[in-house]
Design a protein around this ligand. Sequence first.
Ligand code: MCA
Ligand code: AMP
Length: 504
Amino acid sequence: MANPLFDTLFGQHRGKNTPFLHLENGDSLSYAAFLDRAAQFAGLLSSSGLDAGDRVAVQIAKSPEALAVYAACAQAGFVFLPLNTAYTADEVSYFVENSGAKVLLCDPVGAAALKSITDGCNAQLETLDANGAGSFADKAASYSTSFATVDRSGDDLAAFLYTSGTTGRSKGAMLTQDNLLSNSEALLKEWRFTEKDVLLHALPIFHTHGLFVATNITLLAGSQMIYLPKFDLDQIIANMPRATTMMGVPTFYTRLLGDARFTRELARHMRLFVSGSAPLLAETHVQFEERTGHRILERYGMTETNMNTSNPYDGERRAGTVGFPLPGVELKITDSQTGETLPQGEIGEIEVRGPNVFRGYWQMPEKTAEELRSNGFFITGDLGQIDQDGYVSIVGRNKDLIISGGYNIYPKEIELLLDDATGVLESAVIGVPHPDFGETIVGILVALPGHTLDVDAIKSEISGSLARFKHPQRLIVVPELPRNTMGKVQKKALRDTYADLFAT
Ligand code: MCA
Ligand code: AMP
């Protein structure tokens, strides 16, 4: 095939007047109309001086046009680089510079703040708003609705997704066409997607979950999506009777359970609820089944690997586990120190290998070598265990990471800012249990001798550099941080001390 990703996901739907997206305002968009738009975008990008393999960074609201930019990049052979819409200009600046993106698409509202960044690295800045309007759409309107798909191979890069690191520096995970396709094909079979499906899509499309898992499956199956801008309980409840499937982070499910309108009757038409990105409490799993008669299917994945494991569609979906490795994916539990495979049942580092595993981190060979072994196994940083029946459980993390409402937050990034704040000697950032987000962020501060810390002032001092979902919910001042005999801060002790801070 000339371009496996485009041909398989998008090209197969050329000329189809069946619906692809159902929008919040009641409008629908056919596959054919969507592909026309994508072709215009591909035409515009191609005539903007980009070469195949160049990066197109996008920080735009979820809209049909935003997905068409993804399709356009696939068709024209560019690397799609989606960014969280919550990132500040400081954060975006790093991604644009690090990736060497040739184009940055942003919301018109944020354009002024980003102009100096794109000017500084010779990138073009174009705009696209939540309604699909902006300079990019205006320019694309004069391009043809057919575009000659650029030849690419399965080994070519299709997307960069940035994931934060324990050192605070984000790393661009390089994903190939085959990484994405192989995973969508495995998931489509495992989860039995067909063109009859209607997926309730309320996830953001700048992460693997909403973009590759949910959208690519829909495209591969030729099915439909009820495409909502964000998770809004009223909208989810209004649309569920028309849907057959939903994918969400655990917060979606706990919020649904907190609403009396969410009943067995409302979920009657659904055939599958999938959860991932963060641990689903066994209690949520049980309550969900009691309420609806459905057992949530929990799966496990990462930006670097797409999906690795899934509970079975037909067999027992076991609460507290993430199921079995997907076909084609090898998963082993190893000793973190030696890398040796541990006997069945023991807890250790989860390592995975398969066609889903990324190519490495963009221009970070040392980081890549630390996490991706030469034999192809990726060291996930998650701690797991495999039971007698082969079910994998994630029992902890070997990486200092907080997952809040499905968003990953690396404490180091916040600690570096807090350490620099006025009057602060040092800080430790931890995740504590939270009823809505699963975990939330707490910053523990120690003052410089002779200083009294003003936590509100510190909050505003760091706020300009950090997306809001990374802001600590609470800052607590202590005389000193607990340390072990080696002088290392004992985060576990801090997590234990503040475990009930948000208990209901
Ligand atoms: C929003 N806020 C948050 C979060 N989301 N704070 C902490 N954690 C969050 N996740 C803050 C906003 O900054 C704002 O703060 C306030 O909450 C309200 O914002 P709003 O947008 O209205 O929030 P929401 O609509 O209630 O959003 C919560 C949410 C959303 C629905 C849980 O965060 C969400 O859709 N999460 C899914 C993330 C996801 O797709 N993760 C997959 C990545 P303020 O009031 O101060 O301004 S992981 C992945 O892809 C891997 C591969 C995998 O396995 O899937
Ligand atoms: P990300 O870096 O956003 O790709 O997040 C990947 C991380 O999310 C994994 O390394 C896990 O720690 C976590 N994760 C994803 N799915 C699950 C799950 N079902 N249960 C527990 N943790 C999960």
